[in-house]
Design a protein around this ligand. Structure first.
Ligand code: BGC
Length: 842
């Protein structure tokens, strides 16, 4: 397929038409050149497809932070391949993922969607994800380029960040992605150093396409293209969604009047056609399902168990053995939060709750109590329902089954439904109450609604969405509630009608009928939970964040567990010393009860197989494989970099490269759990390390060989982490010191260092602030590997450290910093077991 010939065959309007969405999710087909529709879809934990609807289910993997918590690039590559398989099944060519922004502050609303606070770990996990997806012939689109690390005023905020931090922390994972061969990149909403990212010629054209040689396509975040010439000239290739927007006719006119050279348009078309070739949308037969299908359910379960991170395990309570009874407590135990909110949401065809997972084992008695429910909005009524489409006269034009009482179509109309002439959409359902008493019902959504119960109108209101982010109408929809007295066993007919006019063009239908059964007051629920805990062999509390606290479109206001969950945990722990807290959260939460509970298992947003994976880990069929990709604070006020609120439109990244554990160490503060921490079910000795400089290469700066032994009595998995720190503080070559000495990079010595096994504070002889002088952190992650070993077995691993680990961004270029480095091998950034010295000359 000669792309240049195809470009030559298209006139200007056709070329420009190819550069903007034909609709919400696709670029137009052009049969005259053999081009099919190029379909895009979110990402990152599944493939939602063109419909934002439960009618089009997808496998839901654990949240991206959980994926990173495995530290296992092989596993992530398999997850990527599964996503490609899902994409092919749904006719999707481009997956809008992975999210490569940095977990700079735990308040960030989309923290759960990012991999890590560390640029190297983000880059390595991201590269494996990209390789896995693209190996299946589907494009990955690392996003959001760049510095989109918070949500407040996300469409307009201007990030003020120095070049050094931009290069070493925020751009580094994207640069890694280009080396991994990514076929797409998404330009973010925000501005960086005064220029909005879709117009950022310096970063899009200069760095991404120029310096790094990126040959893929750059797509705007949805509606982030807000100008014609400036975006077209800056290196943006595709404006989504479409067809409305500032390109189209306006771009044709800009070319005709000479304001945008035609070769600029040709380059964009070239990139789109290259993408089409790569993903099978140009010429030849349409892509077929991938051979050797992966079992999505099994992989979702495996990834979840491997991501679960055991933070605390007093007296080796886990894995559980020989139980007769379990008290399972918490709203999340019955309705687990499988994923974070916003565009990252997909609709799996089932979610296994912890209650299902534990009951399925059938070996012991499980008693359940909710304890307290932290959710602010009611969940959609879980009865099968119907969506009914009516015209102005109330005539039914179409009807579709819904799995629950939730109607959602964003962008694309429901398949088989012609929306022309539709004046209202209804959710209809028959509900048979189990309990007698006051049932709460809600409408959540924005616009004109009426609700009726057995034909009587009980709510009639125009609900106005909050001002600000236009996506808020579905990301955080307003809710109206009513209470209806119902008799047990007597069915009622419920209808929510949503009057709508603009159903042509881009479809936006998003509303739900919520429900909560009659419930005792909180005091009674808390007492009941403590009561069942007291009478059981072990108490497991599933606690976590809610849709209102972790989602796209807004940041978190606090790190506290919402509602009365802290109190619930404290009361359960007081009733039963064998209390295990399972945290169902995408990002850090405060744990004021930490010392009172026996174990804390971080389950993240665990995806659709949550409950089975949890049972696997609690009972020791699988080891909790996770290690923290982010430092977990004890209290929000201890977090060195917390603020996510722009001031007069600007947010300053004044901490420079001191993000995450680097900032904690610099501040001399001690978190609850350090980056890299996580316990398994066996024990390890760290036996020896040897480090050798492999000078000068772009991808290889050193190799480190480590021997570790499984000293426990079961097979296990260990994440071996390599940290570098300059022996002489500061960035500059030390005057008269090691760097000035003659000689080649000498062999390393292996020394046993006293280990602060309990993950205590980092020990730094000359004080963290001095060691960070000259623009380098005291210590940084430089490499890692996952090893497995049978009991009593020693394994050797050789880990490559990239040259970049020894470099800083200095006055416009990368510079290797010579000198002596300490290479430390640890189980976390604070629990370092071995050290060697490595001399670097240039
Ligand atoms: C999000 C992107 C997403 C896009 C399409 C935007 O609001 O920031 O991550 O890919 O919507 O859903």
């Amino acid at each position: 397929m000669d792309i240049e010939e195809l470009i030559g065959a298209l006139d200007l309007p056709s070329k420009v038409r190819l550069l903007a969405g034909a609709d919400m999710w696709s670029l137009p087909a052009m049969p005259e050149i053999g081009l099919r529709r190029l379909v895009m879809s979110d990402g990152p934990i599944g493939v939602r497809g063109e419909q934002w609807s439960t009618a089009d289910p997808s496998i839901a993997l654990p949240s991206p932070t959980a994926l990173a918590a495995t530290w296992d690039t092989g596993l992530v590559r398999r997850a990527g391949r599964l996503l490609a398989q899902e994409a092919r099944r749904k006719g999707v060519h481009v997956l809008l993922a992975p999210t490569l922004n940095i977990q700079r502050s735990p308040l960030a609303g989309r923290h759960f969607e990012c991999f890590s606070e560390d640029p190297l770990l983000t880059g390595e996990i991201g590269a494996a994800y990209v390789e896995g997806v693209q190996d299946g012939g589907v494009a990955a689109t690392p996003k959001h380029f760049v510095a989109n690390d918070f949500e407040t005023e996300r469409l307009t905020a201007d990030v003020v960040v120095c070049d050094k931090a931009l290069r070493e922390v925020y751009l580094a994972p994207f640069e890694r992605m280009v080396r991994a061969g990514a076929w797409g990149v998404m330009a973010a909403y925000n501005a960086t150093n005064g220029t909005t990212m879709t117009e950022h010629a310096e970063l899009l054209l200069g760095v991404l396409k120029g310096e790094w040689g990126f040959d893929g396509f750059v797509v705007s975040d949805w509606t982030a293209t807000r100008s014609t010439e400036a975006t077209a000239l800056a290196g943006l290739d595709v404006a989504m969604p479409g067809p409305y927007g500032p390109w189209g006719d306006r771009l044709v006119e800009a070319v005709r009047s000479g304001r945008v050279p035609e070769h600029v348009v040709d380059d964009k078309v070239r990139r789109v056609l290259r993408l089409a070739c790569r993903t099978g949308a140009l010429g030849g037969p349409a892509p077929r399902p991938l051979p050797d299908p992966i079992d999505g359910t099994a992989l979702a379960r495996e990834v979840a168990a491997r991501s679960f991170t055991l933070l605390r395990n007093e007296g080796g309570l886990l894995p559980l053995r020989g139980l007769r009874s379990v008290a399972l407590i918490g709203a999340g135990a019955a309705q687990v939060r499988a994923m974070g909110g916003g565009s990252a949401e997909v609709f799996p065809d089932k979610v296994v709750s912890p209650l299902d997972g534990l009951r399925r084992r059938g070996e012991f008695d499980v008693r359940y109590a909710v304890g307290t429910d932290p959710r602010v909005r009611l969940e959609p009524l879980a009865t099968p329902s119907r969506a009914v489409f009516l015209d102005k006269a109330g005539v039914v034009l179409a009807g579709l089954p819904l799995r629950t009482a939730e109607a959602r179509w964003l962008g694309e109309p429901p398949s088989g439904v012609d929306l022309a002439g539709v004046a209202a959409v209804e959710i209809r359902t028959t509900f048979t109450p189990e309990a007698e008493g006051p049932h709460q019902f809600s409408i959540s959504g924005a616009g004109a609604f009426t609700m009726s119960v057995d034909g009587h109108t009980v709510l009639d209101e125009v609900i106005v969405p909050p001002e600000g982010d236009p996506a808020a109408a579905f990301l955080a929809p307003p809710e109206r509630r009513i209470v209806v007295e119902l008799a047990a066993g007597a069915p009622v007919e419920l209808t929510v009608r949503h009057a709508t006019s603009a159903l042509s063009g881009m479809v936006f239908i998003a509303f739900a009928l919520g429900h909560a059964a009659p419930s005792p007051d909180d005091e009674t629920l808390l007492a009941e939970a403590a009561g069942i805990a007291a009478g059981a062999d072990v108490a497991i509390v599933v606690a976590g964040t809610t849709k209102e606290t972790e989602s796209e479109g807004f940041d978190r206001a606090s790190l506290a567990l919402p509602g009365r969950q802290d109190e619930l945990i404290a009361r359960v722990a007081a009733a039963n010393p064998r209390t295990i807290v399972v945290l169902n959260a995408g990002s850090p939460v405060e744990m004021p009860w930490l010392d009172q509970v026996a174990a804390v298992l971080l389950a993240w947003f665990p995806g659709q197989e949550a409950g089975d994976a949890l049972a696997d880990v609690l009972f020791g069929d699988a080891e909790p494989g996770g290690r923290l990709p982010t430092t977990w604070p004890m209290r929000a006020q201890d977090v060195p970099v917390l603020d996510v609120t722009p001031v007069e439109g600007k947010i300053r990244y004044d901490e420079g490269v001191l993000v995450g554990y680097r900032a904690w160490e610099h501040a001399g503060s001690v978190p609850a759990f350090w980056f890299g921490h996580g316990l398994g079910y066996t024990t390890w000795s760290y036996d020896s390390v040897a480090a050798t400089r492999t000078a000068g290469g772009v991808t290889d700066g050193a190799t480190v060989t480590v021997a570790v032994t499984n000293t426990g009595d079961r097979a296990g998995r260990e994440v071996v982490q390599v940290y570098l720190s300059p022996l002489v503080p500061g960035d500059a070559p030390a005057s008269g010191g090691t760097a000035a000495r003659e000689g080649t990079d000498g062999p390393s010595e292996s020394t046993d260092v006293p280990s602060d096994v309990t993950d205590g504070p980092l020990v730094s002889t000359d004080g963290p602030s001095d060691r960070s002088a000259g623009g380098r952190p005291a210590r940084w992650l430089a490499g890692f590997d996952v090893v497995t070993a049978e009991p009593g077995t020693t394994v050797l691993t050789t880990i490559s450290l990239p040259e970049r680990a020894f470099q800083v961004w200095d006055q416009g270029c990368w510079r290797t910093v010579p000198g002596d480095y300490t290479v430390e091998i640890g189980r976390s950034v604070a629990d370092r077991r071995l050290a060697a010295t490595l001399r670097v000359t240039v």
